[in-house]
Design a protein. Sequence first.
Length: 155
Amino acid sequence: MARLKQTYPEQGFFGIGIMNNVDELNIGTLWRSAYILGASFIFTVDKRYKKQTSDVTNAWQRIPLYHYDTVDDLLKNLPYDTPLVGVELDDNAVEIESFSHPHRCVYLLGNEQSGLTKEAITKCHRLIQLPGSYSLNVSVAGSIVMYDRAAKLKR
C-alpha cells in the first residue's frame, strides 16, 4: 500500500481571536480581515459572538469561528505544537517590528478597554506589542498583526 504524503502551504497556518470582547462589531470586522489576510480560523474567549453586519464578505461561510469559555479551554484545544501569541502592551512583549512570526500560531487579543487578563498573559507562549502607548481598537490591532505576518512571510 502506498503512503500519501500530506503537504501544507509554506506559510503554515494561524488563527486569531478576541478575549472578553466588548463590542460585537469587532468580531465581524476581525472575521472579514482574517478571511482576507489568510487566517485558518477565528475564535472568541469568554463572550460569544452574535452575527453582525460588519462581516460584509460573509467570512463565516469561508473560515470557522470557535468559542472557548476560558483561556485554559483555548489552551487545551490549541493545535499540536502551536504557540499562543498574546498581543498586549506589556514590558515583556516584543515589538512587532522585530517579531518573527511562527510558522503556525494562534494570536490572542484582549479588548481595548482592559486588554488581556494577567492570567492570559502568563499563559501565552510569546507576547508581542504594536507601536504606541495606547490601545488600538481590537479589530484594527488584529488586522495589523495579520498584515505584518503576511508581509513578512512574503519576503
